[in-house]
Design a protein around this ligand. Structure first.
Ligand SMILES: Cc1cc2nc3c(=O)[nH]c(=O)nc-3n(C[C@H](O)[C@H](O)[C@H](O)COP(=O)(O)O)c2cc1C
Length: 238
């Protein structure tokens, strides 16, 4: 049995009275989750919509509490860190983490960044030792698989793409993935939303299909040998 943590971060709902307003990233993520649950109904599943229920921003008091040794923390400091403790516990317990994110202003939504700020925490998800020279931070979690689902209005954010220089969403999530303990990362990207044309329809359809393939591979390990090459060799962008 595995544990699956699902984080959505669009401020839009997956289902709206006008379907044109439905979140694309959430809809693609749902395809992954539906496939997973069909294959592994007994798995633990934790869901957070940080787009609609954003975690608090960290504050100076939060940092003070983090750098106060455990045994010296006041009840107020413990309370201040309680959300962080809970979010970190959810990440620690997960075998597979699915994060869906819209591209806002070429990066992730502030709400998702707030979630990471609560989680990337000294002596919890990384430790710090200057004897390591220029790389004093070491992630503490490992062994997890991360699936990143993104949706953007423009296109060409992949390596060599026409907007590679403005690509601050997936590269940022990739950088942070090691603090979640992700050793394996899959990317699923839908693009062209602002164009609303055939390229967009194809991009969404391909992303949903890829979500289903990856969910199948990860949730039915015996199929991995046949699907592995196909999945791993497909670039994340279409
Ligand atoms: C506030 C805001 C900022 C956006 N910034 C960008 C951007 O910088 N680049 C881009 O390609 N699309 C941008 N978009 C378009 C979204 O990425 C696109 O609509 C995406 O589908 C949103 O994800 P969702 O459908 O899951 O809500 C922006 C949309 C909003 C609402």
């Amino acid at each position: 049995m595995s544990s699956l943590l699902h984080i959505d971060s669009s401020v839009r709902a997956a289902n709206n009275p006008n379907p044109d307003h439905d979140s694309i990233s959430k809809t693609i993520a749902l395809r992954f989750i539906d496939t997973w649950k069909r294959n592994q109904p007994a798995d633990e599943y934790i869901y957070r919509d940080v787009g609609m229920n954003p975690p608090d921003f960290i504050t100076q008091d939060w940092i003070d509490a983090v750098f106060t040794p455990d045994e010296k923390r006041t009840p107020a400091q413990k309370e201040r860190l309680s959300l962080s403790d809970k979010l970190i516990a959810e990440v620690s317990a997960a075998d597979v983490i699915l994060i869906s994110s819209p591209m806002y202003n070429y990066g992730m939504p502030a709400q998702l960044k707030a979630w990471f700020d609560q989680i990337v925490r000294i002596n919890k998800t990384f430790d710090f030792d200057l004897s390591r020279g220029d790389f004093p931070l070491k992630p503490l979690l490992s062994g997890k698989t991360l699936i990143i689902v993104t949706s953007s209005g423009e296109f060409g954010f992949e390596k060599g793409g026409i907007r590679e220089d403005s690509s601050h969403l997936t590269p940022h999530l990739q950088t942070l993935s090691k603090y979640l303990g992700a050793d394996t990362v899959y990317e699923i990207a839908s693009e062209y939303q602002e164009f609303g044309d055939e390229r967009h329809r194809i991009s969404v359809a391909n992303a949903k299909n890829r979500a289903e393939i990856i969910a199948s591979e990860l949730s039915i390990p015996t199929r991995a040998s046949t699907l592995k090459d196909e999945v791993l060799n497909v670039r994340s962008y279409y």
